[in-house]
Ligand binder design. Structure first.
Ligand code: C2E
Ligand code: CA
Ligand code: CA
Length: 661
């Protein structure tokens, strides 16, 4: 090897060697990305395109070197040279803008757009965005038309390659502008980038810069493409690969990592404890000035950042939305509990979410693996199943979690219930105050092959949460219609049957129309069907509910408000719902027997309702004395075990046929 100077032969080896190396690196990245099938996100697609462009670049470099050094300067050699240079320039010029777009997807923003405050979904363009695009446009036009004017580059008759003014101005300038733009973009997003992304960016910048500098200073060492290929290998390792393991937005491990790590631990028979932080939400009672809407992602980011300060970030996962799981290997119960308490402690203080100070709430479950959960499926179920309404604990461990077994069994039973014909409708008659038969209420039951008979108090809330309540209620309505279509109940004095509705489904689009159609299709007169809806619903979207009730009433159905006297009542809004009958909850009746105050409450409730020109129905009547009291107070209708328990259809028909009170 000659010192200082690179001979012709050496140069040949060098450049070919460098380009070959670049090609090998690129092809490796290319095949790897292809085999991993990583094309989901736009970011992945841009990465793939960049690698592809670099492959073409190195192939062009190799071809032009071969034609240059091995050819004999014939016309065909010059032609090959021209074509390969041409392709090289077109593809290489696109690299810098592609890199910019890659970066902008990684950091999740564009440099030259800004969120329009009035309409946060639509970004506004900065005029400055025109600059790099215009330069790219000019450079591309010049490069593509180069064979005509040769302003960018040329090949002399002897085969030597010359760079012209066009390359030094437009081509370099546009690349430089895009690179600076990407650099500024990275800097502006620096504090939201994960450590790994920072490493990836620094690495790739340094390599690309080194490549350009070497090639500028030692013009013979054409190392640029190789350096770029290596830079993008860094991007592959630090950013693309890391994305598969991490939830980049939250800066913690994702569900794939969770499955991988925990499955491995379970296979190795390790005992571990999982601390599941879940049900993260706005604390409505602690925020008197409720913000309209809160961005759950911002909330999760804040909580994730807080968790990373409290525990080792290596053990934090975000396997399902709005849930964080922290794994502890061979840790003492005390330590896990202390950590849980420390995490919950933070929720006693307000959080700064997008500039608004809000109180959040959350709960923690401490789950032993494999004692409480043996499979991945079980862990994820515990992490995402809904907690019973009566649960008040925010830190649940050991026996606090016993309900989960029953809960998941009931959930499964509900899900298979319709297919297995497990649902059955029972009927409980209602009476006028003079003791004559008035109507009946349809009450659903579930007879599961494993769990036996399950009562609605248990499975209705679960059906609501798993989104099956519509199907259950529709089944009940159809059953009731079928019964009423026979005309039997009417014959024995049952004028109408009440069907319970869940507010959740009422709010759905086209609900009223659907109900009307179902009843009409069954060939049942609308006056034979009534609906009950629970009082607490008044707290939700009142106007919409009033509109739906209005529609059903206009269609000829009667409406009952259920469970009046429980929960918070907003009288005026409740009465404006336009119900015909108010059902006083059994607890109101029962407490009237227990205390003077209870009696005052029952009396004033009945009086108030009749003053509003609505009728009252008291449920839970179990004794003759209760019946007499209600008659004295002027209640209109009665329902309860004193008359009859809910009965299966045939028993119900038999019961009303005999006209037994
Ligand atoms: P609800 O609508 O308030 O129904 C009245 C509940 O009180 C029924 O319980 C009934 O069996 C019970 N009950 C009636 N009279 C007496 C009495 O004198 N003493 C006592 N101790 N209890 C009495 P059930 O059938 O277990 O239903 C519980 C709840 O499940 C219902 O409360 C209702 O909210 C819901 N539910 C029942 N069927 C359906 C349905 O088809 N759809 C929907 N969405 N919810 C339903
Ligand atoms: Ca009811
Ligand atoms: Ca009730």
């Amino acid at each position: 090897m000659h010192k200082g100077v690179i001979s012709m032969a050496d140069h040949f080896d060098y450049t070919i060697g460098l380009n070959l190396a670049a090609l090998l690196v690129c092809v490796t990245n290319f095949i790897f990305t292809l085999l991993e099938g990583r094309f989901k996100k736009p970011q992945n697609k841009i990465y793939f395109t960049i690698i592809f462009l670099l492959c073409i670049n190195s192939v062009c470099g190799i071809v032009s070197d071969l034609a240059d050094k091995m050819g004999d300067g014939s016309e065909s050699d010059i032609m090959v040279l021209r074509v390969s240079r041409y392709v090289y320039f077109v593809t290489h010029t696109m690299l810098a803008p592609m890199f910019f777009f890659y970066i902008s997807h990684v950091v999740g923003r564009l440099l030259y757009t800004r969120r329009d405050r009035s309409n946060s979904d639509r970004p506004k363009w900065h005029l400055i965005g025109l600059l790099p695009h215009t330069l790219l446009g000019i450079a591309m036009i010049l490069i593509m038309t180069n064979p005509v004017h040769h302003w960018i580059w040329d090949i002399n008759n002897d085969g030597t390659f010359v760079r012209n003014w066009g390359e030094y101005t437009f081509v370099y300038l546009q690349s430089a502008v895009w690179m600076v733009a990407s650099f500024v973009l990275v800097m502006r997003s620096w504090n939201i980038l994960s450590v790994s992304r920072k490493h990836g960016m620094i690495f790739s910048y340094l390599l690309m810069l080194t490549g350009v500098l070497i090639q500028l200073v030692f013009r013979e060492i054409r190392v640029e493409v190789l350096m770029e290929s290596l830079a993008f290998t860094g991007v592959l390792l630090f950013i693309e690969n890391e994305d598969d393991r991490r939830n980049v937005e939250l800066g913690v491990y994702n569900s794939a990592s969770f499955t991988l790590d925990i499955t491995a631990a379970m296979k190795n028979n390790k005992h571990l404890k999982l601390l599941i932080l879940r049900d993260i939400a706005l604390d409505k009672t602690a925020n008197p000035m409720l913000p309209e809407k809160i961005d759950l992602l911002s909330v999760n980011k804040k909580v994730a950042a807080q968790l990373c300060e409290t525990v080792t970030p290596n053990n934090i996962y975000a396997p399902v939305p709005n849930v964080f799981i922290i794994s502890f290997y061979d840790s003492e119960d005390e330590k896990v509990k202390r950590t849980a308490e420390a995490i919950l402690e933070r929720f006693n203080f307000p959080w700064d979410i997008d500039g608004i100070s809000v109180f959040l709430k959350a709960s923690i479950m401490v789950v032993d693996v494999p004692e409480r959960a043996k499979t991945m499926q079980e862990i994820l179920y515990i992490a995402s199943c809904s907690v019973p309404e009566d649960n008040e604990k925010i830190l649940m461990e050991g026996s606090d979690l016993d309900w989960i077994v029953r809960y998941s069994a009931v959930e499964k039973a509900v899900q298979r219930g319709l297919e297995n014909a497990a649902f059955e409708v029972c009927y409980q008659p209602t009476y006028r105050i003079d003791g004559t038969l008035f109507g009946a209420e349809a009450l659903v039951r579930m007879n599961d092959m494993e769990l036996g008979r399950v009562f609605p108090d248990e499975f209705i809330p679960i059906a609501e949460r798993v989104g099956m309540i519509d199907d259950v209620d529709e089944f009940v309505l159809k059953e009731v219609c079928r019964l009423m279509h026979t005309g039997q109940p009417q014959k024995y004095g049952v004028g109408h049957i009440n069907v319970n509705l869940s507010v959740q489904e009422c709010m759905k689009k086209g609900f009223a129309e659907h109900i009307i159609k179902t009843v009409d299709d069954a060939g049942v007169a609308r006056k034979h069907i009534s609906f009950e809806i629970t009082e607490s619903v008044a707290a939700t979207d009142h106007d919409r509910l009033a509109e739906i009730i209005g529609k059903l009433k206009d269609a000829g159905f009667t409406f009952y408000i259920d469970d009046f006297g429980t929960g918070y009542s907003n009288m005026s809004s409740l009465f404006s719902l336009g119900a015909d009958v108010i059902k006083i909850d059994k607890s109101v009746l029962w407490s009237a027997e227990k205390s003077e105050l209870g009696m005052v409450l029952l009396r004033s409730t009945i009086r108030m309702i009749s003053n509003m020109h609505k009728r009252t129905l008291a449920e839970g009547v179990e004794t003759e004395k209760q019946m007499e009291t209600l008659a004295e107070l002027g209640c209109d209708y009665l329902q309860g075990f004193y008359f009859s328990k809910p009965l299966q259809k045939d028993d119900f028909l038999e019961f009303i046929k005999q006209g037994i009170k």
